[in-house]
Design a protein around this ligand. Structure first.
Ligand code: MN
Length: 496
């Protein structure tokens, strides 16, 4: 077997996992040429929450960041994390907006697109995969890993085969919660390599202390690449550290050969940056905690949850709410817990405990039941679906969700023009997702970043004034504010 290669995540997932995505372009630029010199098979530098963070907190143009990084690190392919039809947001966008976003990003220098869907519904990936291919870039189709009665090795392999048929150049296994055991990593990689003729990359987190061991097992099974970061933006809720992983592979014929002196230089640089970002780091994220294996939910979600429940005066209900999460997941077809479904499931679990099970259903949870996010991996509980259909007066959709959306790009362009903003693709696609932030950035009137904000707030349903009279079924409609990764959404909830 050839040597395994490492992709480095310090410029994206490393600081997203451990420093609330607050690393600035300036903090990256000194390290990028060193990262480029080492010979990693890829540098994850973009996507996920970084676009949002650039605009919302750092007053930076995310496309300028990419161009700046490409300039100083031209040799190593640069990777972005793309949420399929959600782009880098939480709701679906029309195909023409997704296409324009990918074209703009490819033109700015993006090389590899890691494309995932929170429900593992490949129909939500089709447009992205096709467009990335049309741009002559690398499409890496991601399989979101989770555990449930319907998430069998066979189901994951079936998805891998589909991704190959859809034209992906490689397959990624995305273990966002860091719950994959070495045993599963071995079997999954072995089977994927047997059934799918594409390179396979494993991406995990060391949240529960399994990450490095899962990588070792995957390397044994023939995985082509794994993803590591650089201490102190490594380990804990981030990816395993590069130096640590190299030591674990000592004597292994598949061990890659990366210059230890350069790795040491990176460590020194990032120690400094970590200090500078200390307002956004937290010991809870740095430690290894096997709680996650008990509760089967992402580590970041657990720590957010503690804060959120405290804000709601429900701190004493933590265990009860966390135990409700699998109940909600099962009813909603065992959806994986990854942005944005993790926030939605968490909020619904909290509402089940606060108001009684399924007494109030938040709108995003209704939308999941109605298939508006795509097809859930398992069946939606028929009683819950009937309840939601009655409440909303709409029937579940079975087609590809984006087929229901009219083209939107020209509309966003006109909105940009009306506000005196540029009407190029870059501005229009960012405006589609972050209108106020883009306007503030272009006009040079950005809101002052919060002085000592910690991680983005967790979803917090804050009861607001009741607005609507009694509903036809006799239940009262109430408005609630749901905050998902710092964005406020007003939703209607009904009491049955
Ligand atoms: Mn990740």
């Amino acid at each position: 077997m050839p040597r395994v290669t490492f992709n480095n995540t310090v410029l994206r997932d490393g600081h997203q996992s451990l420093a609330a995505t607050r690393m600035t372009t300036a903090q990256m630029l000194a390290a990028a040429p060193i990262l480029d010199e080492i010979g990693f098979s890829g540098l994850e530098t973009w996507g996920g929450a970084t676009v949002d963070s650039c605009l919302r907190y750092l007053n930076e143009n995310p496309f300028d960041r990419l161009r700046a990084l490409k300039k100083v690190a031209p040799k190593t392919p640069q990777i972005m994390l793309l949420r399929g039809q959600n782009i880098v947001q939480y709701t679906s966008f029309p195909d023409d907006v997704v296409e324009a976003f990918i074209r703009a990003d490819a033109a700015a220098g993006q090389d590899v697109f890691r494309i995932f869907d929170a429900l593992n519904d490949t129909r939500n990936l089709i447009t992205s995969i096709r467009t990335v291919r049309d741009c002559g870039k690398h499409a890496r189709g991601e399989i979101c890993y989770t555990t449930s009665p319907v998430h069998t090795i066979e189901a994951f392999i079936k998805m891998g085969v589909e991704l190959e048929e859809l034209g992906c150049h490689s397959i990624g296994i995305k273990d966002m919660s860091g719950i994959m055991t070495p045993h599963v990593a071995y079997n999954l990689v072995k089977e994927l390599k047997r059934k799918v003729g594409l390179p396979v990359t494993l991406h995990t987190h060391d949240t529960a202390g399994l990450g490095a061991a899962a990588y070792l097992a995957a390397i044994e099974a023939g995985v082509d690449a794994v993803e590591t970061s650089i201490v102190p933006f490594a380990n804990g809720t981030s990816q395993p550290d590069t130096v640590r992983m190299l030591a674990l592979l000592d004597g292994n014929p598949r061990r890659p050969d990366y210059d230890p002196a350069l790795l040491q230089q990176l460590r020194v640089h990032f120690e400094d940056v970590y200090q500078q970002l200390s307002a956004f780091t937290s010991p809870a994220n740095e430690r290894i905690d096997s709680d996650i294996l008990v509760f089967q939910v992402p580590g970041g979600m657990l720590s957010n949850f503690r804060n959120q429940l405290a804000e709601q005066g429900m701190a004493d209900k933590f265990d009860e709410v966390v135990r409700e999460i699998p109940v909600v997941r099962e009813a909603l077809g065992w959806i994986p817990l990854v942005t944005p479904t993790s926030q939605i499931v968490g909020t619904q679990a909290m509402m089940n405990i606060k108001f009684g099970r399924w007494k109030m259903i938040c709108q995003p949870a209704q939308d999941i039941a109605l298939g508006k996010y795509g097809k859930a991996p398992g069946p939606i509980n028929p009683e819950i679906l009937a309840m939601v259909e009655k409440q909303t007066g709409s029937k579940a959709v079975t087609g590809r969700p984006a087929d229901l959306l009219a083209p939107g790009l020209e509309g966003y362009r006109s909105q940009c023009a009306a506000k005196g903003l540029p009407v190029d693709d870059e501005t229009a696609v960012l405006f589609a997702m972050f209108p106020q932030q883009v306007e503030a950035l272009v006009k040079g009137t950005p809101a002052a970043p919060p002085a000592v904000a910690k991680a983005p707030p967790a979803p917090a349903p804050t009861p607001a004034a009741p607005v609507s009279p009694a509903h036809s079924n006799g239940g009262a409609v109430r408005r609630m504010v749901l905050t998902i990764d710092g964005q406020r959404h007003e939703v209607g909830v009904e009491k049955l």
